[in-house]
Design a protein around this ligand. Structure first.
Ligand SMILES: N[C@@H](CCC(=O)N[C@@H](CS)C(=O)NCC(=O)O)C(=O)O
Length: 202
């Protein structure tokens, strides 16, 4: 199995962490996004949306969207369960995973794209929108700080894919100076806990 990815990209990292948690080996193929390796015809044949990560199975089947890929691996190797096992756990993890994705990962990614000009060859950066996204990310962190004052992990007492999404987003946020500060002691406690896991090195 191959995963097309970019070492520094947050969506790629969440898949790497997920696979490390499951102890699943794949061959990683690096693309240079800024050089446009993902914009070639060859890559678009694998993912018409030209985004990484992309999983390619032995028979040539390709799956993109990081959460879809994670779900595939959860199905073929259920342990350790990272999407929950009961109906309630699954719903709760889905809720926190989506909140981490829409509340932190997306604004962080948008802030990066619109404030850094990294992809100015393929989009028109809008600095004001980028700055709004930074504010949204801090708004999310404020709410999550409250939530983590009484929960060990995002979805309660078990580590899950929601934590993986938030860890990847937070670490990536440093690139554009979205950082935890004295207003986020509970997020800091959570961050110290999850970033000590061996998978966080992925
Ligand atoms: N929803 C997608 C997002 C994928 C995505 O935005 N990937 C970024 C890297 S983190 C990318 O490929 N960017 C290249 C580009 O926009 O040209 C997922 O979860 O996989």
């Amino acid at each position: 199995m191959k995963v097309y990815e970019t070492k520094t990209a947050p969506n790629a990292r969440r898949l790497r962490i997920f696979l490390a948690e499951k102890n699943i080996d794949v061959d990683y193929i690096q693309l240079e996004l800024q050089k446009g390796d993902n914009l070639t015809e060859e890559f678009r044949a694998k993912n018409p949306f030209a985004k990484i990560p992309v999983l390619e199975l032995e028979d040539g089947t390709v799956i993109s969207e990081s959460v879809a890929i994670c779900r595939y691996f959860e199905e073929i190797q259920p342990e350790p369960a990272l999407f929950g096992t009961s109906a309630l756990e699954r719903a709760n993890i889905e809720m926190w995973q989506r909140r981490a994705e829409f509340g932190l990962l997306m604004p962080t990614g948008m802030a990066f794209q619109h404030c850094s000009g990294y992809f100015k060859d393929r989009m028109t950066p809008n600095q004001t929108w980028g700055e709004d996204c930074v504010k949204s990310a801090y708004g999310y962190l404020k709410l999550i700080n409250q939530h983590l004052s009484s929960n060990t992990y995002l979805a309660g007492e078990s580590f899950s894919v929601a934590d993986i999404t938030m860890l990847s987003a937070l670490d990536f946020g440093r690139v554009i100076d979205i950082r935890l500060n004295e207003k986020h002691p509970h997020v800091q406690r959570w961050y110290d806990l999850v970033s000590q896991r061996p998978s966080a090195k992925a």
